[in-house]
Design a protein around this ligand. Structure first.
Ligand code: KIV
Ligand code: ZN
Length: 564
């Protein structure tokens, strides 16, 4: 790279529109959307779509709700021509959808384009020619008058050819290609000349589409250019003002949104930003940005994964995992502090509340995503994420100190494995650590109330490979069990804290008990018990804790330190 890039590159000159209004504009309604996936998007593919893939894309676009769809460049190839014919001849175009086709300003291509549209009920025919100085002087070798003549003479052909196909309801569209790299006064001159030829009026509007064929400037400058055209174009009330941003600087979405604020009525782009080089403006992005501002975009992405799968199939290009709204990872937080905030905000949220979630600008459910992916656990995660997964997937509501204790186990595994742990992985660890599947309930349990208000507990317990008879008396079942346990095993257990809740409802409901125990005055740790019976769950939790303590004792652990 150059140390002095100004010797090679020049800054884009600002427009200097001093009385611009767009910065204060608020978008309160959806624009007219035009998908050019089947034209500009398709032109950019390594392997352009065949007819089957084009049809699949067309049907997907219709299902999303697009009413204007650029279906191809019929004079460019036989496939393009045949696809347009197929749509018309097989009556595939819904009554509320208008197809659009592109043609260069060249006589035989325009004739072939109109031929492809024979029998269409409605159609937008899209004419373009380059207007930027670099194209005019170097590529076309024309002066400004010649460019105006090129545009108007071919625009006039539209009038003639359309008059010969009267059964079709025609809309004409003109794009001054490379508008963003062209002097505004000249763009206006060419566009005004074209709209004069087409006799644009409120009754017979044409579409003027202003492309940033190459994105040259910051999006505010593009917005100034659009506002300038919006204010200065002749026959403005006979024009649907459209924009067609590309994304060379990575600001296509911003440019499109600013352009709408600056007076554009219509916007062209592709799903997930496919298109030449860095792509066209991403229509999903703009539509869902509007949605998150409370504006119905008129495009339905309730099942964004299905849309993504179709587009990936048709384009043979994967959507990036970080792609706004659609990527695999965009609703996922790995960071512990983010997870904690999300978990708390979900708990505080009530049905009907306005959406205000940390780290989640949209409710994943609105685009057909589950909350499953919201929190995932890797080495960056904290206890909050792990606890969230166990709660949301398995109904386990761990008390905070248990979360801290168990997170050490999770972290230990993560440090060795180095990979992400799924909810199922974490539950398997939890089950193993607290003996959920192995700790047995006290069998043949008898609980008798005594005259002095205490209870007498009898039963049999599997302890260290043998079935041991037990008996104890205390001020409740837990107290009695602890007495019995001390006599049978020699271990003294003290309950420090006790939490319990139900998992599920009805006949399948289970009780979960989490007991923080002090064992032999040497170790403080948790035991966990799950059982259909509340008392059994608590007694199992005590055995779970005692087994963990003795196992840790065997491994030489003195005590499990649980920070407050
Ligand atoms: O980017 C562009 O300039 C185009 C025109 C044909 C509208 O795609
Ligand atoms: Zn384009």
């Amino acid at each position: 790279m150059l140390q002095q890039p100004h010797t090679k590159y020049r800054a884009f000159a600002p427009i200097g529109l001093k009385d611009r209004t767009w910065p204060d504009a608020v978008l309160t309604r959806a624009p007219i959307w035009l998908s050019t996936d089947l034209r500009d998007g398709n032109q950019a593919l390594v392997e352009p779509m065949d007819i089957a893939r084009k049809m699949r894309m067309f049907e997907q676009l219709v299902a999303i709700g697009f009413k204007e769809i650029e279906v191809g460049f019929p004079s460019a190839s036989q496939v393009e021509f045949d696809f347009v014919r197929k749509l018309i001849e097989e009556d595939r175009i819904p009554d509320d959808v208008t197809i659009q086709v592109l043609t260069q300003a060249r006589e035989p291509l325009i004739a072939r384009t109109f031929e492809s549209l024979q029998g269409a009920p409605r159609a937008i025919v899209h004419l373009y020619n380059a207007v930027a100085p670099i194209m005019r002087t170097v590529v076309l070798g024309m002066d400004e008058d010649e460019i105006v003549a090129l545009a108007t003479s071919h625009a006039a052909m539209f009038n003639d050819l359309a008059a010969r196909q009267r059964h079709t309801c025609w809309t004409f569209q003109y794009s001054p290609e490379m508008f963003s790299g062209t002097d505004l006064a000249f763009s206006k001159r060419v566009v005004d000349a074209v709209t004069a030829v087409w006799n644009a009026s409120p009754e017979r509007k044409c579409i003027i589409n202003l492309p940033s064929t190459v994105e040259h400037s910051t999006p505010n400058i593009f917005a100034d250019m659009i506002e300038w055209m919006h204010r200065h174009l002749a026959r403005r009330d006979g024009i649907v003002l459209s924009v067609h941003p590309h994304n060379d600087r990575g600001t296509g979405t911003a440019a499109g949104e600013f352009a709408l604020m600056a007076g554009a009525d219509r916007i062209e782009g592709c799903l997930f930003g496919n298109g030449e080089r860095t792509g066209n403006l991403d229509l999903v992005n703009v539509a869902l940005n509007l949605y998150t501002q409370g504006v119905w975009p008129g495009l339905d992405f309730s099942n964004i994964d299905e849309v993504r799968a179709t587009v990936e199939h048709c384009n043979q290009i994967a959507v990036h995992p970080r792609h706004p709204y659609a990527g695999d990872l965009v609703y996922t937080s790995f960071s512990g502090s983010h997870q904690d905030a999300i978990k708390k905000a979900f708990a505080a949220r009530r049905e009907g509340d306005v959406w205000d979630m940390p780290y989640l600008p949209i409710d994943p459910k609105d685009v057909g995503r589950s909350y499953e992916a919201v929190i995932r656990v890797n080495s960056q995660s904290g206890k909050g994420g792990m606890a969230y997964l166990l709660e949301s997937e398995y109904g386990i509501e761990m008390p905070r100190r248990l979360q801290i204790e168990f997170m050490q186990v999770v972290q230990g595994v993560m440090d060795v494995a180095g990979t992400e742990l799924s909810a199922a992985n974490i539950y398997a660890l939890f089950e193993r650590e607290y003996g959920l599947a192995t700790v047995q309930a006290l069998s043949n349990r008898v609980l008798e109330a005594q005259a002095d208000a205490s209870v007498l507990l009898r039963g049999q317990l599997h302890w260290e490979g043998a079935l041991v008879d037990m008996q104890g008396q205390g001020n409740g079942p837990i107290d009695a069990f602890i007495q019995a346990l001390q006599e049978a095993t020699g271990h003294r257990v003290r309950v420090i804290d006790y939490h319990q809740h139900a998992i599920g409802a009805g006949a399948d409901a289970k009780a979960a008990a989490y007991l923080e125990l002090r064992v032999d005055e040497a170790q403080t740790l948790f035991g966990v018990g799950l059982d259909a019976d509340v008392i059994s769950a608590a007694l199992k939790a005590i055995v779970s804790g005692l087994e963990r303590a003795t196992a840790q004792g065997r491994q030489g652990a003195q005590c499990t330190v649980v920070p407050a």
